[in-house]
Design a protein around this ligand. Structure first.
Ligand SMILES: Cc1cc2nc3c(=O)[nH]c(=O)nc-3n(C[C@H](O)[C@H](O)[C@H](O)COP(=O)(O)OP(=O)(O)OC[C@H]3O[C@@H](n4cnc5c(N)ncnc54)[C@H](O)[C@@H]3O)c2cc1C
Ligand code: SF4
Ligand code: SF4
Length: 438
């Protein structure tokens, strides 16, 4: 059996797929062909990846067993609402909104809202009858980090691995001017997306992009073309629920997507897989993470701090960057700065329950800490490594060793360690829940 597993694993590797087929009948199923076939068709994550040895494969059955306890609890919208939304723990990732099979969750002001009249906003009659899909998807209700790490890395993160598990850290940037000028730091994210699209590895990307209201009013964007990807370059430091764009991708029948997002979103990409929400998970070809310590509330930061307090119209801002302070580049060449300390009170409360600075469950995570024009690149999985190495080999990315700038790596570890110490729930959570009418 082992050799069949190996053969299938090698075949998958040859085909360049990340998700492989289960390599044979599992525990006592050999006599039952249909059970074996169902098991055979269950996707697994190849721990070692295309360029490595055939790895130890974990079937979704393994994960199923690990989550028996929480599944038995049959949690649904009511629990999600009470424990996560009403307590302001909800990151706003929109995972629950995307997966709801009844399409009764709306996304309003960065939060999910239940719209089914018969159920009322705090409960769900479909949940009472056994639907658990929104609760299954939510990374904040149950992050399942252990199962995700086993799936991606074949082991769990050690407590001292504050920035998650990684293979290599390197400084990188795009070799193309048009990419660097559209991007936030070295343009590595944009360049990888362009490269993946050109190679046919993806047919779209879930990103953030400017909306019809203007550049500083971003929205989730399904980027299908080079122009879309370039338009989406740069960082918006207010929250954008990129995962929402996957609904459009499903509608349009796109099948290989790059999922770009902050840590609270990249973990969602993995939960969709671990919880076997295949309609979405099967379309995610690569997960690209952005380092993140917090996002700002749009009204408080963009309108309150920048427009009203500083008197700068948003239409005058060409770029915003954060390098220990908030730097605003204006259309007339002026540069204005806000000390981070002054901007912090406008950060979203939800971010303060987030322990993941380094988007630890992405295939590749990227940040700009301390660097000018380069992206700090944390390569985590074999897939991330493969994309990165091939893009470098084809000359669209150039690199420098991380040792060139040891302070950036030190800062990465320092910020990641600091963020780990955050609580994941407010202390008054139970009191908050008690306020919800039933
Ligand atoms: C909210 C936020 C906070 C961040 N905080 C830090 C930090 O504390 N330290 C650090 O080192 N780096 C942080 N970053 C990452 C940094 O700003 C750059 O995104 C990163 O260095 C990659 O640069 P690049 O030039 O390679 O990316 P680009 O080539 O410019 O591509 C960036 C990609 O991010 C997407 N994107 C932009 N804004 C958002 C958003 N709000 N939500 C989801 N996707 C978005 C874009 O659509 C684009 O595809 C943060 C990014 C964001 C979005
Ligand atoms: S964290 Fe995401 S999945 Fe969970 S309730 Fe909030 S929007 Fe929904
Ligand atoms: S700090 Fe955490 S919760 Fe907030 S946007 Fe960043 S990754 Fe998401």
């Amino acid at each position: 059996m082992c050799s069949i597993r190996k053969l299938l694993s090698d075949l998958g590797n040859l085909l360049g797929t990340t998700y492989l087929w289960h390599g044979g009948p599992a525990r006592g199923q050999a006599a039952n062909f249909s059970a074996w076939w169902a098991d055979f068709r269950t996707p697994c994550y190849n721990v070692e990846g295309r360029h490595g040895r055939p790895g130890r494969l974990r079937s979704l059955q393994d994960f199923e067993e690990e989550r028996t306890l929480s599944a038995a609890a049959k949690r649904h919208w009511r629990h999600l609402y009470e424990e996560i939304v009403a307590t302001n723990v909800c990151s706003g990732c929109a995972g629950c909104v995307v997966v709801c099979p009844r399409d009764i969750l709306d996304y309003v002001d960065g939060k999910p809202v239940q719209t089914h009249e018969e159920s009322g906003p705090y409960d769900c009659i479909f949940g009472q009858k056994g639907c658990t899909v929104c609760a299954d998807a939510c990374p904040r209700l149950d992050p399942e980090s252990a199962a995700i790490e086993q799936m991606l890395f074949g082991r769990e993160r050690l407590p001292e691995e504050y920035a998650g598990i990684w293979r290599r850290i390197v400084l990188a940037r795009s070799t193309q001017d048009r990419v660097r000028s559209a991007a936030q730091d070295g343009g590595v994210v944009t360049q990888l997306l362009l490269w993946g699209l050109r190679k046919g590895l993806i047919d779209g990307a879930l990103v953030a992009g400017p909306s019809g209201r203007g550049k500083w009013y971003p929205e989730p964007l399904l980027a299908r073309t080079e122009e879309d990807i370039l338009r989406a370059g740069g960082s918006w430091y207010t929250y954008v629920a990129n995962p929402l764009a996957i609904k459009q991708a499903v509608k349009e029948g796109l099948e290989r997507l790059a999922f770009v997002g902050t840590g609270c979103q990249t973990i969602l990409s993995r939960k969709l897989f671990v919880r076997n929400l295949k309609r979405y998970s099967k379309r995610i070809a690569i997960t690209i993470g952005l380092l993140c310590s917090e996002t700002f509330d749009f009204d408080a930061f963009m309108e309150g701090k920048i427009r009203q307090e500083l008197g700068i119209g948003l239409e005058r801002i060409k770029k915003i960057n954060i390098k220990g302070r908030v730097i605003l580049y204006l259309d007339n060449g002026d540069v204005r700065e806000i000390p981070l300390k002054e901007a912090r009170p406008t950060a979203r409360e939800q971010c303060h329950y987030c322990q993941d600075f380094a988007a630890e469950h992405a295939d590749i995570s990227l940040g700009g800490i301390g660097l000018d024009g380069w992206t700090l690149t944390v390569i985590r999985t074999p897939l991330g490594q493969q994309w990165f190495d091939e893009a470098v080999a084809e000359g669209v990315l150039e690199t420098r060793p991380a040792e060139d700038d040891p302070k950036s790596v030190e800062l990465l570890m320092k910020l990641a360690k600091k963020q780990r110490a955050r609580p994941t729930r407010p202390e008054q959570e139970r009191e908050g829940a008690a306020l919800i009418p039933h």
